[in-house]
Design a protein around this ligand. Sequence first.
Ligand SMILES: [Zn+2]
Length: 358
Amino acid sequence: MTSRLTPENTPSIAAAAAAVEADGRRRIEAAADLAALREVERTVVGKRSELARLHTRLARLAPEERRDAGAVIHDARTRLQEQLGRRAAALDAEERARRVAEERLDLTEISTHAWLPRRGHLHLVTQTREELEDTFVAMGFAVAEGPEAETDWYNFQALNMPPAHPARGMWDTLYLRLGEPGQVLLRTHTSPVQVRLMESREPPIYAVMPGRCYRRDTPDARHTPVFHQIEGLVVDRGITFGDLAGTIEAFTGAYFGAGIHSRLRPSYFPFTEPSAEFEVTCPICAGEGCRTCSGSGWIELGGCGMVDPNVFEAVGVDAEVYSGFAFGFGIDRLAQVRAGLSDMRVLLDNDVRFLTQF
Ligand SMILES: [Zn+2]
């Protein structure tokens, strides 16, 4: 196409374009990194480049000359842009290789602490149980434990629930060996330990009995078939319902802190007479009313009552001389309330993300 350039204008434009292109090529090759290359691109093919200035000179040419000179400039620009693209790719590859080298991890290095086992801690339910034991021990109670597999006698009959007693329906469980007289079952409450205590020692008795219990419950947000209970038993001369109410109130203040109180509501249990359910000020809202307490300001914690004379008779304690009270509540339920858990089942899921929060 250079053959078609006229002597007056186009040779000078063609020569200028060749010079600009040669200069541009040198600068593109000299660009040390992508940032420098972008700067070179601006000065070589940009709006204020030599090439752009050459282009403005086309306006002064005759139409025929303009077309040929324009083609010369266009071809020079095309070759420069192709070279810019190749240089950019090369620089990009160089930079990637450099970054990879810089960020390479030396995995042959041995980190000693990665080999140490992570240190665990007690489960939320165990923590709650130990806090409760500490509170009651400080109040003068001893801690007693008994077997989880019990006979029908200890779990039901000695607690004033003879065979076919309707209250047994509230405590269905899993049976390990069926049939009288040696029927063995998973205990439905910690109350059999009361029976064992009264059988084995003379009053006075001041004891709490924590432990695992079982019921044939379908798991839901507030029930699990395996759960934990703690119950207390006091047997002594002259024990009254006032002692029961005072003990519950003293425990509530000692465990939950000032401002949390207790109240009793009449209820029924086969092994106590009279019986009550006890509630405490909702520890979440301090009695104001919230979702956890259904707006009432109170949380039902457990049951209690005066030991039924029939229970004393079953274990050989003279009801004419001694009286006593018992109370019990769920440790898991208490942990649920204090930790603000909407679903009790998380206590059994063993999800480390949950467990490490407590
Ligand atoms: Zn509340």
